[in-house]
Design a protein around this ligand. Structure first.
Ligand code: DON
Length: 417
């Protein structure tokens, strides 16, 4: 009998946690007094695939406050609620290269540099629908719960602690208010923001939330579309350039995963199209990023080749087979036609390969039948290239198109031509 396979991904996560467990450098955040009480030894990591499978290692059920990890999710909600142009009237999308709580506003426009630093995040929360802090927070909470796929509690102690000490954030809010970029009164915006930061999550939640960006906006467990594909892409882009504050550039080189950290000790990291990772360990480095969370993601990326810009050597050709239909064959074509069976996901470069390889085959005799039966998806940008096919390839003398498309599942999005 074959040995049980177990969960090799969990083992990989556990091995990395074991390698970083002994690190005791850094310190738990204490500028929000309640955070200083957190048990510093906790350590957990979870990976959620875009297929909806979650692998967990260590303290994945331990709850902590989401803090700044909430920022990309609220940015995504704002983009879908208001549109990117309107959001950009209130915030820039440039890395600040400065700490998370810096007074980082564009000199001329007064806009915060990006939505991942506190100033920009408070502005994003202020733009949420509703007039009061409670109403705005309700929209934020409902959105973040859809990302996580479950109801999430608020840590009231941490909320009160930050609400009674968060004067620097109030100062940032006043500055944005005076520059005309804050969408609400200072107290409305900051109280909603403090509650947002006090939402209680675990590493598993962060993995699922990040995986929702990885799928292009669909929660891989609940299958609910949470945000648009555009919002997922734009947000992941901002996480890439700004998510780790003044460590963002170095992080991108070493780890290569769009990510967002929080002073509660959480980090959410995205590998677009593949998975999300959530880590939790409370001790922070000087930039407010979890020491062992950073080390975990760095080692995972290095050991398992997770860098988003990893070179992909030899992808499977999108052309599975090419066959000539002879009399009597029932391959979807007529006698003398050539049937080209395509497969997998077709992005721009697959479309380029298909069309470049097939162009010389379009002869006087017979028709080229492109069979999309085994194609899982045609990306929008590739679709437009295929839609030009019959025109660019011309027609046979008898008036038939030189190219026909067999697309039973309508992956091209239009009726069969
Ligand atoms: O606004 C603050 O200071 C906290 N509620 C959140 C800051 C934070 O998590 C920064 N990230 N590392």
């Amino acid at each position: 009998m074959a040995a049980a396979l177990g969960d090799p991904v969990r083992h990989a996560l556990e091995a990395v946690l074991d390698a970083v467990r002994d690190r005791t450098d850094g310190a738990v955040a204490d500028y929000i007094p309640e955070l200083a009480k957190v048990e510093p030894e906790q350590l957990g990591a979870a990976l959620a695939s875009t297929h909806g499978v979650v692998h967990e290692a260590g303290d994945c059920d331990a709850e902590f406050t989401i803090q700044s990890v909430s920022k990309p999710f609220v940015f995504a909600l704002a983009v879908d609620a208001l549109g990117l142009d309107e959001v950009r009237r209130h915030v820039d999308l440039e890395p600040s290269g400065e700490p998370f709580n810096a007074i980082s506003l564009d000199e001329a426009s007064g806009r915060p540099r990006n939505p991942m630093i506190n100033a920009g995040a408070i502005v994003m929360t202020s733009l949420m629908p509703g007039d009061t802090a409670d109403e705005k927070f309700a929209v934020v909470l409902a959105g973040i719960e859809r990302f996580a796929g479950r109801d999430l509690p608020v840590n009231e102690e941490v909320y009160s602690s930050e609400a009674s000490t968060g004067d620097r954030n109030r100062a940032l809010a006043y500055l944005t208010r005076s520059a005309g970029t804050l969408g609400a009164a200072v107290e409305v915006a900051t109280l909603a923001y403090f509650r947002q930061c006090s939402i209680s999550v675990n590493a598993r939640d962060l993995a699922i939330m990040a995986a929702t960006f990885a799928t292009g906006g669909v929660n891989p467990l609940t299958r609910e579309r949470v945000i648009s594909e555009d919002a997922a892409r734009w947000t992941t882009a901002v996480m890439t350039s700004c998510g780790m504050y003044d460590e963002s550039g170095d992080w991108m080189v070493r780890v290569g995963l769009p990510a967002k950290s929080g002073v509660g000790g959480g980090i959410a990291a995205v590998q677009p199209g593949q998975f999300g990772i959530g880590t939790f360990s409370p001790r922070l480095d000087a930039r407010g990023n979890s020491v062992r969370g950073v080390a975990t993601l760095e080692l995972l990326s290095e050991r398992h080749g997770l860098h988003m810009l990893q070179h992909h050597g030899a992808p499977l050709s999108p052309i599975a087979s090419l066959s000539r239909v002879e009399a009597g064959d029932a391959d979807g074509g007529s006698d003398g036609d050539t049937v080209v069976a395509l497969r997998g996901e077709i992005l721009f470069s697959e479309a380029e390969e298909i069309l470049t390889r097939l162009a010389p085959l379009v002869g006087d005799r017979g028709c080229l039948v492109l069979d999309f039966t085994a194609v899982t998806r045609v990306a929008a940008g590739a679709r437009t290239i295929f839609s030009a096919l019959p025109d660019t390839m011309g027609r046979l003398a008898d008036g038939r198109s030189r190219v026909a498309v067999h697309d039973p599942d309508q992956v091209l999005g239009a009726a069969e031509r």
